[in-house]
Design a protein around this ligand. Structure first.
Ligand SMILES: *[C@@H]1O[C@H](CO)[C@@H](O)[C@H](O)[C@H]1NC(C)=O
Ligand SMILES: *[C@@H]1O[C@H](CO)[C@@H](O)[C@H](O)[C@H]1NC(C)=O
Ligand SMILES: *[C@@H]1O[C@H](CO)[C@@H](O)[C@H](O)[C@H]1NC(C)=O
Ligand SMILES: *[C@@H]1O[C@H](CO)[C@@H](O)[C@H](O)[C@H]1NC(C)=O
Ligand SMILES: *[C@@H]1O[C@H](CO)[C@@H](O)[C@H](O)[C@H]1NC(C)=O
Ligand SMILES: *[C@@H]1O[C@H](CO)[C@@H](O)[C@H](O)[C@H]1NC(C)=O
Length: 402
């Protein structure tokens, strides 16, 4: 459901035309705006007026004042033009309504040697349950390139679902490659423990569990993870497995851990979250970002990404501060580009923030996006449950892999 208020929209259109934001030091050069993108300087909607119909909900109602048809780009700051480049576009590349609540929900992973994009299906009932794990599938990006070159109108590349070992139960996060493998954060299921798991991207897709306990106690349900340049793995653990009826009640706080795969050392590096969800690291490994997504179910709770300094020797997260607050759902998965900009999965698509926290723009999908990942330079693959989108932009991935 989109913002519905003819009065507010008409008013906004007038204000947008009158507004010249040059006095504020930023002007969005109309000549550099890619086709279909919408320019929304913040001054154009700073005042909506007493008669405006304001949004009552941060999740099911979205901020789309131009009433544009998704997918498209919203530009809030001229720096977004450098991320997009002149020929940017976003379009649907796969669609499927099976697998209950979504075939392409989370855990995006790009395997460059085979040019394949992997992803996990929904972690929610009925696709994932106490008695049933979700699935991991993949698409062949060469087929996407071929369809684009051939100017196919409605691209819908097929996906292939993997046969997973029993040690992989309800995958919610993925990163890597880690020594050629997918590195997964799995929720576990019933009494099967939540775990960090390595999965071979090639047949027979065998797996090795790296960590499944904290000194003999089960994790609540791991959510997402990243590899640090030091080789340590940072991951979030929340209670969504319990609230989704897949796991027993949590026995630990919802917090952020570090695991050193060389020594087996595991410890808490940050706490005080309601629902620690996505995690990302600046390309130089000095800043850690953790999203708290509690606001999805209760809009007075945080929908906030926090930034931390990562101590180069102890790896504890310190100097916690607000990095951004998401106006729509989320924050869910987080990725970075080479310049340190943050890409945050949200209730309306992908929101892109400069490293000082300024919202530059959105890849507006018009529905919930749980995660996205670069599939090579300039290719951002966006997972939207029953659909996968490709945003062809100019930015490059800042993800650390080993
Ligand atoms: C707001 O609505 C009131 C009552 O309908 C009307 O008198 C007023 O002119 C409206 N104001 C604007 C700015 O449209
Ligand atoms: C959706 O996926 C299912 C399972 O792989 C497959 O059987 C079906 O043909 C797909 N549907 C479409 C429209 O591609
Ligand atoms: C992807 O598709 C291309 C074109 O059909 C094919 O040559 C290639 O072998 C496929 N890749 C994989 C990993 O199957
Ligand atoms: C799941 O498994 C439990 C324990 O075996 C069983 O009691 C329950 O009926 C099962 N639920 C479903 C939906 O199959
Ligand atoms: C998969 O099996 C091969 C052959 O036994 C082994 O070398 C590799 O380490 C395994 N990969 C994982 C992720 O378990
Ligand atoms: C939302 O969270 C606030 C703050 O914790 C709490 O007071 C309120 O009861 C919650 N609302 C609902 C509907 O759960």
């Amino acid at each position: 459901m989109l913002l519905r208020s003819p009065t507010a929209l008409a008013l906004l259109a007038v204000v947008a035309r009158l507004c010249s934001c040059e006095a504020q030091g930023d002007s969005i050069d109309a000549g550099r705006i890619p086709p279909g993108a919408v320019s929304l300087p913040p001054l154009s909607f700073a005042v909506l007026g007493q008669n405006a119909t304001f949004r009552q909900n941060g999740f099911i109602q979205q901020f789309n004042p131009t009433n544009s048809t998704p997918p498209f780009f919203q530009i809030f700051h001229s720096d977004f033009l450098d991320i997009l480049g002149p020929n940017a576009f976003v379009r649907n590349i796969a669609v499927n309504n099976t697998f209950a609540s979504g075939f392409a929900f989370e855990a995006p992973f790009f395997n460059s040697p085979t040019n394949e994009m992997f992803f996990a299906s929904s972690v929610f009932v009925p696709e994932s349950s106490f008695n049933h794990s979700n699935r991991i599938s993949k698409i062949n990006m060469t087929l996407v390139e071929q369809a684009l070159t051939a100017h196919v109108q409605d691209i819908n590349v097929p996906f292939e679902t993997l046969d997973l070992p029993e040690t992989v139960q309800i995958t919610n996060g993925a990163t890597g490659p880690f020594k050629g493998n997918l590195l997964l954060a799995t929720r576990g299921r019933g009494n099967l423990p939540s775990a960090l798991v390595l999965l071979n991207p090639r047949s027979p897709n065998n797996a090795t569990v790296l960590l499944d306990n904290f000194f003999d106690r089960q994790f609540n349900s791991m959510n997402d993870l990243k590899i640090h340049p030091s080789g340590n793995i940072f991951f979030t653990d929340d209670d969504l497995g319990f609230t989704s009826d897949q796991k027993p009640p949590p026995l630990l706080p919802n917090q952020v851990y570090m695991f050193d795969p060389k020594t087996g050392l595991v410890r808490v590096v940050a706490d005080n979250f309601v629902t620690p969800n996505g995690i990302a690291l600046s390309p130089d490994g000095k800043i850690g970002y953790v999203g708290d997504s509690a606001g999805i179910t209760n809009s007075t709770l945080p929908s906030t990404v926090y930034a931390f300094d990562i101590d180069p020797e102890t790896f504890f997260f310190s100097n916690r501060r607000v990095f951004c607050y998401i106006d729509s759902g989320g924050p869910d998965g987080i990725q970075v580009d080479t310049k340190g900009n943050l890409y945050v999965a949200s209730g309306d698509g992908v929101q892109i923030f400069r490293k000082d926290g300024v919202l530059l723009g959105k890849i507006f999908i018009g529905s919930d996006v749980a995660n996205m990942a670069f599939a090579g330079d300039g290719r951002l693959v966006v997972l939207a449950n029953t659909k996968i989108f490709l945003a062809q932009i100019q930015a490059k991935s800042g993800l650390f892999t080993m």
